[in-house]
Design a protein around this ligand. Structure first.
Ligand SMILES: CC(C)C(=O)/C=C/C(C(=O)O)=C(/O)C(=O)O
Ligand SMILES: [Fe+2]
Length: 301
């Protein structure tokens, strides 16, 4: 096994901890437009924007948090390659119990602590299909797009992801953020690492199918008194049109439309964009200070 055997299908799902399951359920189901197949069991609620079992799961807890980030591997061989690589580094890997696998609708899986942020990463290969095809609602959500994490040592996080998880850098904004692909997934970024004083959630992104989905969200969120913290704007790194808004706990969610795709062979080199507002919004918007501030990193239990 070598590092090139560590190959991903996609950002699998994101798990968040919320303080009021019912309020958050309403937000993610009704305002974001995700599908919930089963009533929450009091502990958690599953949502999807695909034909898979789930793309987002919210757990009830004391404090809003990034509970874990789950990576779907390309094959069982890739799952074993990443597990062996971590073991070789002396990083503890914790198997997900059969009971929890069944609840999550996943096959064999393990978790570890990403050493530079303390975030919990899960790795699995198989996930059950949902009981029916995903049908879009008011918003044509195309997929769970990406997650951006705040890191107190962005360079170290980037290095770990590249050297020990076989991610690739698509672009950087100097001193601010690194956009990364979970190789060989083609999208400009499935993961971002933002520079910050402490580790935490920056935002969760859902990609949408039409520019109108972003425009309609602007009106829908305003009508529902949901704070819009940045946008509508257009990001220079990925060329996506975006809007960011806050969930009931203040965690930041983004919709964006359009994203550059990279070939597996001979991709372009990463760019280093200058540390300026022009690098984050072609349309000269300014983020609200409440953007990307809420969501601690929940340790692996
Ligand atoms: C607000 C940040 C720093 C920014 O520039 C965002 C860019 C992009 C993009 O190019 O798509 C993001 O999606 C992101 O940071 O999440
Ligand atoms: Fe984003």
């Amino acid at each position: 096994m070598n590092i090139d055997d560590i190959r991903y299908r996609r950002l699998g799902y994101v798990a968040l901890t919320v303080t009021d399951l019912e309020k958050s359920r309403h937000f993610y189901e009704t305002l974001v437009g995700l599908k919930m197949d089963e009533e929450p069991d009091g502990e958690c609620a599953f949502f999807r924007c695909s034909d898979r079992h789930h793309d987002l799961v919210i757990y009830t807890g004391q404090e809003p948090a990034l509970k874990r980030v789950a990576w779907q591997m390309e094959s069982d061989k890739a799952l074993e390659a990443v597990r062996q690589h971590f073991s070789g580094l002396g990083i503890e890997t914790v198997a997900v119990s059969a009971e929890e696998q069944a609840k999550l609708g996943i096959g064999e899986a393990f978790r570890m602590t990403e050493p530079t942020t303390g975030a919990t990463f899960e790795f699995y290969c198989d996930m059950l299909d949902a009981p029916s095809a995903y049908e879009t609602t008011h918003t044509k959500i195309a997929r769970l797009g990406h997650l951006v994490i705040n890191s107190p040592d962005r360079a170290a996080t980037e290095k770990f992801l590249m050297e020990d998880m076989n991610f690739r850098v698509s672009d950087r904004i100097k001193g601010m953020v690194t956009f990364m692909r979970c190789f060989p997934n083609p999208y400009h970024h499935s993961f971002g690492v933002g520079a910050s004083k402490s580790a935490g959630l920056n935002h969760v992104n859902f990609m949408v199918t039409e520019m109108a989905d972003v425009g309609k969200a602007n009106n829908r969120m305003k009508k529902a008194n949901v704070p819009i913290v940045f946008g509508i704007g257009k990001h220079p790194p990925s060329e996506s049109v975006f809007i960011y808004f806050l969930d009931p706990d203040g965690m930041t969610v983004e919709y964006s439309y359009g994203m550059e795709e990279f070939p597996e062979e001979a991709p372009r080199d990463p760019r280093d964009l200058p540390a300026s507002l022009e690098s984050i919004d072609y349309w000269e918007g300014v983020p609200d200070p409440k953007m990307a501030k809420i969501g601690v990193v929940e340790p692996l239990k």
